[in-house]
Design a protein. Structure first.
Length: 403
């Protein structure tokens, strides 16, 4: 636009007499470009940029070829300390820097992993297990569909002796005679109610026959019934809604158990407690929304359309509320219990020993004030008590009369 406003002869003043012809041609080109529409100017600039980029790439290719043809005689030696730091950093990235599994590795120390049983496998635990220097491993799931999914995901990482299998710990013949050096029960206790209801108190007694040297139990403290924590309130509400939908769909939700319950149970089932660790649970927005997605996936199993639509709207509202908050947020606890099997020794854990093991630990479910159903539904006990004078007399049953 600027050059279009120049006088016709002003461009020629830029050149001396010797370069008059070249200057004239440049002037014509300048006037021609200035007369183009903005769209054509953009296209011309685009082609020009592409041309310069191609030239730059060709120059780099020539440089690379020359470096290959005439390599430098000296190379830079990387210090061993730097190599080791890089290796450790990559290992931490590979392990996702999971504090739960980091704790398990720390307790294991120099003890070889040997043969390994993942007693309640999942994608996260199996991915970690594959990274360990084991002699062989077996991963157990209670869902045949999950077994197929995990075979597709990890089948290429298996050795000939490794296997992913479906089984139920209620089955006395399952893995009969097999003993593993290391056993991991990764959040297995909480999932038992979905596959073997009311078997929780027998779980670790059942698994003990397969534990050679170490058993590691990881779990989540149950969520409280109510809380004043801003993020905790919606986490609890989502959990309650999810479980309600799962029950209405004819399935059984997971049921977590407190650390105190676990310690009492393993003690009386003949284990020596080597260590107890607990961590504040960090809830990411993605994880919290996943719980809503789980609930949504069960809605089609609800027969009543009114209930189904009401629940669907409620889940949408919960998702909107989740997205209005800043995440991650720390709420509740996860724990790791490291154990060693004892031959035939069964003892009850006394309160003093339990208190020492759980020093500094707070259970939100056990520490909360007890809420009785009567407190929620009536103002006084008198309302729920019927006056004897109002109770109708019992009528004799006529045996000859059909019900």
């Amino acid at each position: 636009q600027v050059s279009a406003k120049m006088e016709p002869n002003s461009a020629s003043n830029l050149f001396d007499d010797e370069d008059h012809d070249a200057g004239f041609r440049f002037k014509d080109w300048a006037l021609f470009i200035s007369s183009l529409s903005p769209k054509m100017k953009f296209i011309l600039a685009l082609f020009g940029s592409a041309f310069l980029l191609i030239v730059a790439i060709l120059i780099e290719v020539v440089k690379m070829k020359s470096r290959k043809q005439f390599p430098k005689s000296k190379s830079i030696e990387i210090p061993n300390a730097a190599k080791e730091w890089t290796k450790n950093a990559l290992n931490r990235i590979g392990d996702h820097e999971c504090p739960i599994f980091d704790n398990v590795k720390q307790v294991q120390g120099n003890l070889p992993w040997g043969s390994f049983l993942d007693a309640g496998t999942g994608f996260h635990s199996l991915e970690w297990l594959i990274s360990l220097p084991t002699t062989e491993w077996t991963a157990v799931t209670g869902d045949p569909k999950r077994e197929k999914e995990m075979e597709r995901e990890f089948g290429g990482d298996k050795r000939e002796s490794d296997r992913i299998i479906t089984g139920n710990w209620k089955d006395e013949k399952f893995l009969e005679g097999k003993v593993f050096d290391t056993v991991l029960a990764d959040y297995l206790l909480g999932s038992v109610d979905g596959y073997a209801p009311f078997f929780q108190d027998k779980l670790f007694e059942r698994i003990k026959r397969h534990v050679g040297k170490r058993l590691y139990i990881t779990g989540a403290e149950p969520l409280p019934d109510k809380t004043d924590d801003k993020h905790g309130k919606i986490i609890v509400e989502i959990a309650k809604t999810r479980d309600a939908i799962i029950l209405l769909a004819g399935e059984r939700p997971y049921r977590e158990y407190p650390l105190e319950w676990v310690l009492r149970n393993v003690k009386k089932n003949g284990y020596k407690v080597l260590g107890v660790s607990f961590f504040e649970t960090s809830h990411s927005r993605g994880f919290v929304e996943t719980q809503i997605t789980v609930a949504e996936s069960k809605l089609h199993k609800l027969n009543d359309p009114t209930v189904r639509n009401t629940m669907k709207k409620h889940l949408q509202n919960l998702r909107s509320r989740v997205r209005s908050l800043r995440w991650p947020a720390e709420f509740s606890n996860d724990y790791v219990v490291s154990l060693e099997p004892l031959e035939g020794k069964r003892e009850e854990m006394d309160d003093k020993e339990l208190k020492e093991m759980m020093e500094g630990y707070k259970s939100p479910i056990l520490d909360q004030d007890q809420v009785f159903p009567r407190d929620e539904h009536s103002d006084s006990d008198s309302e729920s008590e019927a006056d004897e004078s109002e109770v109708p007399p019992l009528m004799p049953i006529d045996k000859d009369k059909k019900a």
